[in-house]
Structure formats: structure tokens, C-alpha cells
Design a protein around this ligand. Structure first.
Ligand SMILES: C[S@@+](CC[C@H](N)C(=O)[O-])C[C@H]1O[C@@H](n2cnc3c(N)ncnc32)[C@H](O)[C@@H]1O
Length: 375
């Protein structure tokens, strides 16, 4: 499957590079239905893919989530592009989807949905407020952003305009981008007396995606400021409410995922739900194609379950390429050896799930450096 973005503006748009986030989306919705963490009964759960193009994500929800879990789930797929919706309707794969063709903001203002997916070209900013108004007391919001230059600090004007903050274009930029987007979503939620609980947050190539549970709580929403601060550029890249230059932010300094839910996003589960097999695969596929598709599915969820515990609480975030300078060594340590050594020393450690090789640990910076030097 190709990596990288496809150009905007074509009717019937389908971007295979977005297969990985769709796979994660299938796993998350299936998990919510199986474990009942959104609504206890799931009965009549209203799911909206608000910017669906030709509806690949919705169709994958319908075809890959076990039928029994989908009983009574109502999936609506919307796009304002008439051509895309026409194409989607004519696809004829037997899935039961409510197709809708209007501006997503109007649809979300008018109707209430418990699960909303926002997957625009570029910034999601113009859709977030409408989504907040659509969600009931407890809901789920999945948001993709592809305006990574703004979120990673290389387009500073756009960053300030859209997100009221600024990333720095350095080794922390991907984690910062996620946190800047989460801060924006948290502030929008607070305006509607709601709080966010991050379930899964990932930077993957040319896009990032945050999945948050949104809950009504006037009291906690008033405390949103306690979760939004700065990332300092000290050696530990401290996240803090206090602004100490140089720093990036304002950004979310709270958890990036839910340990239990993200802990279940495993390679085995991904293959079980989303993997084709010889009975269910396109006729023209060879065994090699099947193998490649399995590898692609595994890649979609790599390192998520292993890092879920640390991503759900305070941790030291250390890009591996910074370690030689900090530890006075000629080259970076091998990731697996370092994780093993940290665990042997009694710490939690994992590889971060974002693209760049990064170590996450609950060790302090001094403890990490000692372990690296003793490797
Ligand atoms: C990146 S594509 C969506 C891709 C799709 N979610 C998928 O997984 O393949 C973005 C879509 O948003 C649609 N769009 C843009 N602005 C919109 C709006 N205000 N209301 C509804 N659809 C909109 C575009 O027509 C386009 O098809």
C-alpha cells in the first residue's frame, strides 16, 4: 500500500495510504461495542462518518466488525460531494449504511450522533465545534488532521491562527502536534461543558489522529486549564503548566490514551478482525499479496498495546537519537536492548507508537542515562 497523501479534489476519492487509521478505527469501534465503554447496551448506537468520501471507512466498519456486535448500530456516512455519494451508493456490497449528502456541519447541528469521525483534507478545526454540539452526554470523537506543517511548528502563522499555539520543529514535534490538537479539542469541549478522555492518539506519516471520549461535566470542564501547559526544552523535555522558554504549546499535558482500551489494540486482534484469508480475498491476489496485506495490518497497530500503559500516564519521552549526546556515547543504543535493560532495572519501558524511534519510560532522566551507559 502506498504511503503519503493523495491530491484533493477528485470525486470518488479513495486514499489507500489511509488504510492504517481505518484499521485502527475498526478496532476501536469493535472494542467499544464488545466492552460497552460508550453505552452499556449499544442499542441504537448512532455512528457518523461525517466526511466519508466514497465511504470506505464505513464499509469497513460494516464488513469487518462481527455482525452480532453491529446489531442495532446505525451507521451514517456523509459527504457534501454528490459524485462521491453517488459512487458510494452504487457500490453494491450489501452493507446497510445511511448515505447522506450535505454539509457535515449542518448535519451535526441538526442530528445527534454518539460516535463521530472527522477526516478532512487538512485541518479539522472548522468541524470540531459542530461535532461537540452533536454529541450527547457521552460520545466518541475521532479526528484526523493532515495540516502537519501547522501542528509541527514549521508553519507558525497557520499554527497560531488555527490552534492558538506553536510547536517547535524538532525531535518532539510529532508528540507536540498530537498534544496541540488535543488541547484544541479539550478547549472546544470545555466551551460546551464537556471534558475529553484520550483513548488513542497517534502520529502516522502525513497525518495525525486523536480519538477521545467526550463526557459532559461542567465542574471538570472548568478545570481544563490544569491539563493544558507547555513542553520545555530541558533535557527531559518536561511537560508543565509553567511556561519556561524555549517551549512549545499551549499543549495537552495529560494522558494520550486509555491503557485498557489501547492495550487491547494488538496485532492478533487486528489480524483477527481485519485480516483477509484465502477464503475471503480478491480473486487476483496471490499468497504473497495476502502476506503483504497481513504485514500492513500489523504495521497499523505496531507498538500500540505495548506502550499503552506509559502513554496513559506521565512518562519520560526520549527520541533515541538524542541519547548519545546526553549519555556521552558515540552512537544510539539498540532499542530492544535498552527496553530490556530498563525493565531489568525495575522500570516500565516501551517503544513509542509514533513513527520516530522513541523510548518511553517511567525512569527519571538520570536513571535512563545510567542504564544507557551500562549497556
Ligand atoms: C479526506 S476525505 C475523506 C476520506 C474518508 N473519510 C476515507 O476514509 O476515505 C475528505 C472529504 O471531506 C469532504 N468534505 C469537505 N468539506 C465538507 C463539508 N463541509 N461537509 C461534508 N463533506 C465535506 C470532501 O468532499 C472529501 O470527500
Amino acid at each position: 500500500m502506498p504511503r503519503g497523501p493523495i491530491s484533493a479534489g477528485e470525486t470518488g476519492f479513495y486514499n489507500p495510504a489511509m488504510a492504517a487509521p481505518r484499521t485502527r478505527s475498526v478496532l476501536l469501534l469493535a472494542d467499544a461495542l464488545e466492552y460497552g465503554w460508550l453505552t452499556r447496551s449499544n442499542s441504537g448506537l448512532r455512528v457518523l462518518e461525517s466526511l466519508c468520501s466514497t465511504g470506505t471507512r464505513s464499509r469497513r466498519w460494516c464488513t469487518e466488525i462481527p455482525e452480532k456486535l453491529l446489531e442495532n448500530v446505525i451507521i451514517t456516512a456523509n459527504d457534501r460531494d454528490a459524485g462521491a455519494i453517488e459512487w458510494a451508493k452504487s457500490y453494491g456490497d450489501g452493507t446497510v449504511i445511511n448515505w447522506s449528502q450535505e454539509d457535515a456541519r449542518i448535519l451535526m447541528h441538526r442530528d445527534s450522533f454518539q460516535w463521530i469521525d472527522i477526516d478532512p483534507f487538512g485541518s479539522p478545526i472548522t468541524f470540531i465545534d459542530s461535532a461537540m454540539q452533536s454529541l450527547p452526554r457521552v460520545g466518541m470523537l475521532e479526528i484526523t488532521a493532515t495540516d502537519t506543517a501547522a501542528l509541527c511548528g514549521s508553519a507558525s502563522d497557520a499554527s497560531k491562527r488555527r490552534y492558538g499555539g506553536l510547536g517547535l520543529n524538532d525531535s518532539y514535534r510529532h508528540d507536540d502536534a498530537i498534544r496541540i490538537l488535543l488541547a484544541t479539542v479539550a478547549k472546544a469541549a470545555a466551551q460546551h461543558d464537556r471534558i475529553i478522555e484520550p483513548i488513542l492518539s497517534l502520529f502516522d506519516g502525513h497525518h495525525l489522529r486523536v480519538s477521545v471520549r467526550v463526557r459532559k461535566s461542567r465542574k471538570k470542564a472548568s478545570q481544563v486549564g490544569e491539563m493544558i501547559g507547555w513542553r520545555h526544552r530541558d533535557a527531559a523535555a518536561t511537560l508543565s503548566l509553567e511556561k519556561v522558554e524555549p517551549c512549545s504549546g499551549p499543549l495537552w499535558i495529560g494522558p494520550l490514551c486509555d491503557a485498557e482500551i489501547a492495550g487491547r489494540i494488538t496485532e492478533e486482534k487486528a489480524l483477527q478482525l481485519c485480516g483477509a484469508d484465502e477464503d475471503v480475498m480478491p480473486e487476483y491476489w496471490t499468497a504473497n499479496d495476502l502476506e503483504l496485506s497481513h504485514r500492513e495490518i500489523i504495521r497499523s497497530v505496531r507498538f500500540i498495546a505495548e506502550s499503552a500503559d506509559l502513554m496513559s500516564r506521565n512518562h519520560l519521552f526520549m527520541p533515541i537519537d538524542l541519547l548519545p549526546r546526553l549519555a556521552g556515547l558515540a552512537g544510539p543504543p539498540a532499542m530492544n536492548s535498552l527496553i530490556g535493560a530498563l525493565q531489568t532495572a525495575g522500570h516500565c519501558a516501551a517503544r513509542g507508537p509514533n513513527m520516530d524511534p522513541t523510548i518511553l519510560t517511567d525512569a527519571t532522566l538520570d536513571e535512563l542515562i545510567t542504564v544507557v551507559q551500562n549497556l
